[in-house]
Design a protein around this ligand. Structure first.
Ligand SMILES: Cc1cc2nc3c(=O)[nH]c(=O)nc-3n(C[C@H](O)[C@H](O)[C@H](O)COP(=O)(O)OP(=O)(O)OC[C@H]3O[C@@H](n4cnc5c(N)ncnc54)[C@H](O)[C@@H]3O)c2cc1C
Length: 105
């Protein structure tokens, strides 16, 4: 590892560029994969980003970070609506439309 770092430091900019001007395959278009692919493309590599799902973004976009935050927000809003009277607000009626929640996610 240390030797590799020293070798890299010895390479001039042109040599370093020629190292990166290659074909690079990145497997998986999650946050790890697409960031690596974008960076490699910025460094002039020919990048092949391989994803086996229809939609990129990985767990974070499709099942993890983003969807869970949508559900959290919904739960928070429902809780506030239930407590509305404590704040002098009258809410006659409200209900959760699960389909709309899924669409928003
Ligand atoms: C419920 C939940 C909530 C989360 N909330 C947060 C949060 O708030 N903040 C945060 O920072 N992180 C959060 N995370 C973590 C975050 O989702 C992961 O850290 C992140 O998605 C990891 O990215 P990754 O690219 O390494 O893997 P992944 O996102 O899993 O992406 C891997 C990709 O590779 C593809 N793939 C796998 N095998 C192959 C194959 N053989 N060929 C082609 N494609 C393949 C998959 O289809 C997928 O698209 C959460 C995770 C979960 C489960």
């Amino acid at each position: 590892m240390k030797l590799r770092q020293q070798e890299n430091q010895c390479l001039n900019t042109k040599a370093r560029r020629s190292l990166i001007e290659q074909n690079i395959a990145v497997i998986g278009a999650g946050p790890g994969g697409y960031v690596a692919a974008i960076r490699a493309a910025q460094l002039d590599a020919n990048v092949f980003l391989i994803e086996d799902r229809e939609v990129g973004g990985g767990t974070c976009l499709n099942r993890g970070c983003i969807p869970t935050k949508t559900y959290f927000k919904n739960a928070e809003l429902m809780r506030d609506l239930r407590r509305a009277e404590e704040f002098g607000i009258t809410v006659d009626n409200f209900s959760l439309d699960g389909k709309e929640l899924q669409n928003r996610k």
